[in-house]
Design a binder for this molecule. Sequence first.
Ligand SMILES: [Zn+2]
Length: 318
Amino acid sequence: MPRSGRRGGIVAAAANCRWLLCLTLLATFGAKAQDAFRLEQPAPGVFVHFGKQLALDAPGHEDIANIGFIVGTKCAAVIDTGGSVRTGRALLAALRQHTQLPVCYVINTHVHVDHILGNAAFRQEHPSFVAHAALPAALARSRELFLTQYAADLDAPATANQLIGPDRLVTDTLKLDLGGRKLLLLAWPKAHTDCDLTVYDERSGTLWTGDLLFRERLPAVDGSIKGWLAALTQLATLKPHFVVPGHGPLAKDIAAALQPERRYLQALEDGVRAALKQGQSMPEAMDTVAVSEKPHWLLWEQGHKHNVARVYQELEWE
Ligand SMILES: [Zn+2]
């Protein structure tokens, strides 16, 4: 084969390759763009974006919570907004792919950064922001942390006016009408946090638990172990068709979905009680309590010792 011909062949092949590469990259980019913000619709009008099971300080931490929205005939309600204003905007853009109705409500299931930092993306929609009556105080306590540790998840410069708290508070129960479907909001006593709120869509039987339910990812105790175990007993009496946990996959059988978390929390409570009875120090308890649970949970190292410490503090003065 003549050299020039061979080179021509290589050039042509390279050109083809570039096209192929281009097409492959475009396809990959397209798939990634879709993957970047995927919605699932477990029931008509109920849309969920499932967050990734990543640590709070890992790249991608702004998209670790389950967030979404429910659409009625009159308007839509957003349930949690994600861990950054960018995530909130992605959720709003995804919502607009499905409805042009107004966003009447943005509901926060609790104060944690991965559920609330996207609120500012919805301000332009002029919704009512709805949360547990204890959330404003919890947000005030978190303000400094959010503005310093999570500044990059807000629009620059990170300012306190992007941390949007509720204008409508739930002290016990509240019903919101989206037109043709009603949401029942329940405010819980101290459990995962001191401001947990669940949302039940009566029409589809979908229960959004917020972080009262973690699946696969290690639960984080930031409220009361005793309160949380009591809340699980009550949650189990609800009979939803679908359960959207705060983290982890959708469930249909609530009793089965609650079981691993109940087992872990009970092991924590029993283990810390036993450690206190034996006179163990907090560091000793951190190394011994509930360690048999480790294989069952993602992100164990990031949270278990902290959980033992929280429960130790709660139970040591009983
Ligand atoms: Zn949480």
